[in-house]
Structures are given as C-alpha cells and as structure tokens.
Design a protein around this ligand. Structure first.
Ligand code: ADP
Ligand code: ZN
Length: 531
C-alpha cells in the first residue's frame, strides 16, 4: 500500500507525539520512517541508544496490518512488549519461552488483526506453521533487528537469519527494514545481499559523539584516581562508574560516599526494591553517582549524565561504546574516563580461558578483547580508532577531544625491554621448567630479592637484575603492552605468562617493538603495584 509521503509523514509525527510522547524525531528517524511508511526497504546502521525501535514501531502503527519484528534477544521480548503495552500499543511475542496456550492467544490476536506489533524469534520463521500463520494475517512491515547476525564473518552469526531472505520472496509488497548497531561496510553489504534487499535505501548514522571526551589512564590506585577525577573535573555532577564485580561496586560506592561524594551501588546482587530506588534517585536527582556493574544502564535515558567512568576493562569495544554512550545525551561536554592496567588484561584473558563456551566462542571473545586492548594502547586519536572500528571514516586530523590528541603519548623503542621480558620467561621455562606471573618476572628483572625470588633461587638466573633501567610501573607497562600486542600470552588460572608464536621474532631480533611511554602520574602514589 503506497501512501502519499506527506500524509504518512504527518501521521508518523502525530504518532510520535500521541503514542510515545516525544516532541521531535532524532537524527535520521524521520527520513527512515517516511521511507518505510511509503513502502520502501531500508538498511539502518545506528548506534545503540540511537533510537532504532521507533524506526519500525511507528511504520507498524501507521501502516495497516501487524508489524513483524524478528529479534534474537528472546530475553528482552517480554520487557519490550510490556513497555509497548504500557503505551497502549497492541503488542505480543512468540518464542520458545511460552507454553502452548500463551502462544495460541497471541496467534489468535494476530489473525483477528488485533496486534500492531508481533515479535518473533528467528528460529520460528524456519517453521512452516509460522509461515502459514503469517500468510493468514496481514503484515504491515517486517523489521529485522540485530541484522548483522546474518553475517557469517561477524561475531554473532546466527544460521536462522539466513532463512529471513525468504520473507521478501513470500511477501514482496511488504516493506522490510534491517537494523543493526554494529556493521562494518562489508557487513552492511552482506546484510543487503543475504537478506535479498537490493533496492533498500541505506541509512547510516554517525557513531561520533563529539561532546564526549575519551580518556584512558594507566591504573595505579584506581579508587583514588577516580576520586581525584571526580573532585577536579566533575564535582556535583551525575555520572556512572562501572566495575566488573559486585564486590568492587560495593567497595567503590562506600569509598566515594565516605569521601563526600554521593554515590549508590547498583548490581544484580541487590534486591529489586533497592535497585529500583537507586535507579529512581539517579533519574530524579541532579548530582548522584551510581556505581554499577554493566547490569545498569539498559533503557536508561537520562540526558545530563556528565561522565561515565570505568574502573575495569570492558570486554569489547561495543560494550565500551555503549556504556560511555550514556554520557552527554544532552550534547553538553562530558567525559568517558577509564583506568586500565596490567591486571585488567590478565584477568580478562583468564576469564575467557576458564569461562564457558566452545573454542569458537573463546576465539570470538578473544578477538573482542584484542580490539578493546588496541583501543587502550593506541597512540593515535581514540575517537578515530572507535569510528574505524565501527567502519566509519574519521576526520583526517585528530579529534582534539581525547587524551591522545590533547597530550600525544610519547613512544619509545621497546625492543630491548621486550627481549628482556621474553628471555626471562624463556629461561624460567627452559632452565627450570617453571612458569610465573607478571609480578615475579618484574621482580627478577629489577633484581629484587623477595621471599619468592629467594625461595626459587631466581637470583641465580642470568637475567636477574638486568632491568634496572626501568621502574616497576614501567616494567608492568611493558608486560601489559606485550600482552596487548600478542607478543606474550596468559595461561591458566594463575595468570602465568607464556610465549606466543610471535614472541620468537622479537627474541631473534627480527622485529622492533614500539611501545607507548607510561605517562607520569604526579597526582597518585607511585605504588603501581595494583595496576
Ligand atoms: P536502540 O534500539 O537504537 O538502541 P532505542 O530505540 O531503544 O535505541 O532508543 C533509545 C532511547 O531513546 C529510548 O529510551 C527511546 O525511548 C529514546 N528515544 C528514541 N527516539 C526518541 C526521540 N525521537 N525523542 C526522544 N527519545 C527518543
Ligand atoms: Zn582524538
């Protein structure tokens, strides 16, 4: 059903006000919605939180019939449907979490034309019974969420998505819209091809958030560094501090509170009432800090979050981008600040190795982490690196609003230092048949006669004390960067260091190892031992 653009367009705006209660469309929402309402196919690339849902929800409401939404996030369907129903939208879902009777009710509603939106898990569309059902009702639009799942080269490939090309053949007159928040240019093309949408219009929102200043500092005494950052740059501001574990969430919230900063914890270990109360306070009050695990933030739309701080390394660039993206929705200057150190790398690598999942899953997790580490260790513009990661072209010069642009890091030739670290690992293994973690390696290089060094006779090694030219913090920086560059690896539950295939080329002096200089941190204690 083709509709004249202006009518559909004004109806779309009216729906935005009446149903969703918003004043205006954001970015390209309007162009996308107009195009789909008029019956066109669309491929949409928009960052998480950018407002993808409205792009299919409004066409589904404006066009006659039911909008079919294919989504792999079964766990979120109930919430999405509940939220829509609260707005008066007639929505339902069909997935494997339902029993037969529940499913029958939704199917009957669909057939009676009583649904505006029907959410389906992709595997259901492989079933003839589902296709039969759909043929007996009226479809207004098909939305394919997380469309990058169709890409066989991507991290989230789902075979069920390949069957979705069928929808176009079966219902050629129904517009389709494929949406994703992660797609390189190649994935974008793959989506078009595999979903068979050759005439689709492409909409690509920028991933740039110019008002967010990105900064990643070496971790020394993280809680104190955080306190300094908040006091100096964000006194009285609302913000989110992300930590990996519930325990560190609690400790950090207490630490901030006892130092005069209003902070509350948020994690899945707290009861629902406390969580809801803390979230409500965060939304309502102006200057509250929420210390949270990544459980916090989904669906939270607070415009004046002035900073997002990470005390632990996110598992992926996607996660980092999504979490930092909660800062500065109002467009005012905001900071994405992270403290990152050697222990983060070791901990994440251990988590991947000892975690669940098959070999392919592990490889993907490892690739995600490697991209995140590359962002941490880059000497180039962080924003440029982020945009590149999402397949977008950064400006030619640096952004001028990230730490590496503002104070370009010095690099140095770390080849000899790298050889010293790797030789120590080799000697321990070859001469003693031993493997040790970073602390022992650095102690040996520094020539420290610690209890553990004496106990293992490591002061007898020829490499003992050959690294006095660098400080302990600098050596930890070297080890961290070698791990990030894949020249060293972590093994087992104890975080012992082992060589990689690439290590040999350094030991044989076949390659140089440029390293980032560890910035001096006059504001914090020189301990460096917790980084
Ligand atoms: P995505 O699916 O791209 O991650 P959502 O569709 O969940 O993003 O939208 C993110 C948030 O922005 C939601 O809270 C949504 O209600 C809000 N939002 C979307 N579009 C608008 C708009 N035009 N005006 C105000 N808020 C909006
Ligand atoms: Zn920059």
């Amino acid at each position: 059903v083709d509709m004249p653009g202006t009518d559909g367009s004004s109806e779309a705006r009216a729906t935005l006000h009446r149903v969703f209660g918003y004043d205006a469309f954001r970015g390209e929402q309007e162009a996308i919605i107009d195009h789909v309402v008029a019956g066109g196919d669309a491929v949409v690339l928009m960052p998480t939180g950018g407002g993808k849902s409205l792009c299919y929800q409004i066409p589904a409401l404006v066009r006659p019939g039911t909008g079919i939404v294919v989504s792999p996030l079964i766990a979120l369907m109930q919430d999405q449907v509940d939220a829509l129903r609260a707005l008066g939208v007639r929505a339902g879902f069909v997935n494997s979490s339902q029993d037969f009777d529940e499913r029958r009710v939704v199917e009957a509603e669909f057939l009676a034309g009583e649904l505006d939106l029907l959410y389906l898990a992709p595997e259901r569309l492989r079933l003839d019974s589902t296709l039969d059902l759909l043929s007996r009702g009226k479809i207004s639009v098909v939305a394919i969420d997380e469309a990058h799942c169709v890409s066989q080269w991507g991290h989230d490939f789902r075979p069920d998505y390949l069957a979705l090309s069928l929808l176009g053949e079966r219902w050629p007159d129904v517009p389709r819209i494929a949406l994703t928040a992660t797609a390189t240019r190649a994935t974008h093309q793959e989506i078009t091809q595999r979903l068979n949408m050759p005439t689709a219009r492409h909409f690509e929102a920028s991933f740039d958030r110019p008002n967010i200043q990105y900064r990643i500092v070496p971790k020394a005494d993280p809680k104190k560094q955080l306190l300094g950052f908040l006091r100096e740059e964000h006194p009285g501001d609302a913000g989110i501090v992300y930590c990996l574990s519930r325990n560190s969430v609690d400790k950090t919230a207490e630490f901030l509170s006892s130092n005069g900063i209003e902070a509350v914890p948020y994690h899945a270990g707290l009861d629902a009432g406390t969580r809801a109360a803390h979230q409500a306070r965060f939304l309502r009050e102006e200057g509250l800090v929420v210390v949270a695990t990544i459980a916090f933030g989904m669906g939270i739309d607070k415009p004046d979050v002035r900073f997002v701080a990470h005390l632990d390394l996110p598992k992926s660039v996607e996660g980092y981008y999504q979490e930092t993206g909660r800062a500065g929705r109002d467009g005012l200057p905001s900071t994405a600040w992270m403290a990152y150190g050697l222990n983060d790398v070791i901990q994440q690598r251990k988590l991947i190795q000892s975690g669940e999942g098959d070999e392919a899953f592990r490889r993907r997790a490892q690739a995600h982490l490697d991209a995140m580490l590359a962002l941490c260790e880059t000497a180039q513009c962080r924003r440029g690196q982020l945009l590149n990661y999402f397949g977008q072209e950064p400006g030619a010069a640096g952004c001028g609003n990230c730490d590496t642009c503002l104070t370009p890091p010095e690099t140095w030739d770390g080849t000899v230092a790298a050889q010293k670290v790797l030789s120590t690992v080799v000697r321990l293994q070859r001469e003693r048949g031993q493997k040790f973690g970073a602390v022992q390696i650095v102690d040996i290089l520094l020539g420290k006669r610690t209890g553990k060094v004496i106990q293992f006779d490591h002061d007898q090694l020829s490499v003992f004390g050959i690294g006095q030219e660098l400080s302990e913090a600098e050596w930890r920086g070297v080890v961290r960067q070698l791990l990030a560059q894949g020249l060293l690896a972590v093994e087992g539950d104890y975080g012992t260091l082992v060589l990689t295939e690439a290590s040999g080329s350094v030991l044989r002096r076949e390659r140089e190892v440029p390293l980032r200089k560890e910035p001096k941190r006059p504001t914090t204690a020189k301990s460096g031992s917790s980084g």
